[in-house]
Design a protein around this ligand. Structure first.
Ligand code: HEC
Length: 153
């Protein structure tokens, strides 16, 4: 069989053509998979969905109260410890050491955590750890406040 130069010249270009199709296929499949994977990850791990779910936020707050050591001083069953129990605090009138009182709304709870010396609960010492704002993430702060509010009266 005579091999014609033209046939020899064509075979690499066929190979190139086929390789091109192969690479194109692989790229298309990989892109498709990445898009699908990305979409499913986004659907599963979307933080806004978590923050929008009050029950999840409360259980995250309960975990944070243990993780950050709050539970060592704050019970949730009404028993006073080094700090007041969190039971029925949210929304109630808090008697303060200076003789005044304040309604324990969200702002009060946040301030009590970030600036604990600003208002001292009557009959308790100024014993809250300072600088919790540098330790608690904004999300954990939200969560622990939601947890305290879930224990409100
Ligand atoms: C070493 C003990 C201690 C730890 C740990 C502690 N606290 Fe306190 N906490 C206190 C004391 C004592 C008070 C009352 C004095 C005051 O008002 O600062 C208080 C008051 C509070 C109040 C106001 C409650 C009320 O009855 O009006 C909140 C809210 C609070 N703490 C949240 C937290 C959170 C959240 C954490 C963890 C991130 C925490 N505390 C960790 C001792 C502690």
């Amino acid at each position: 069989m005579d091999s014609k130069p033209t046939a020899d010249n064509q075979s690499p270009s066929w190979a190139t053509f086929l390789a091109g199709i192969g690479i194109g296929f692989v790229v298309a499949v990989t892109l498709g998979l990445s898009v699908a994977l990305f979409a499913s990850l986004g659907a599963e791990a979307s933080p806004p969905a978590m923050a929008d779910d009050p029950a999840l936020l409360v259980s995250q707050g309960e975990a944070a109260a243990t993780a950050y050591g709050c539970a060592a001083c704050h019970s949730v069953d009404g028993t006073p410890g080094i700090g007041p129990s969190w039971l029925a605090v949210a929304g109630s009138d808090r008697p303060l050491a200076d003789g005044t009182s304040v309604v324990a709304d969200t702002d009060y709870l946040v301030e009590s955590i970030l600036d604990p010396s600003a208002q001292i609960v009557a009959d308790f010492d100024d014993a809250m750890p300072k600088g919790l704002g540098d330790v608690l993430s904004a999300e954990d702060l939200d969560a622990v406040v939601a947890y305290i509010e879930s224990l409100g009266g």
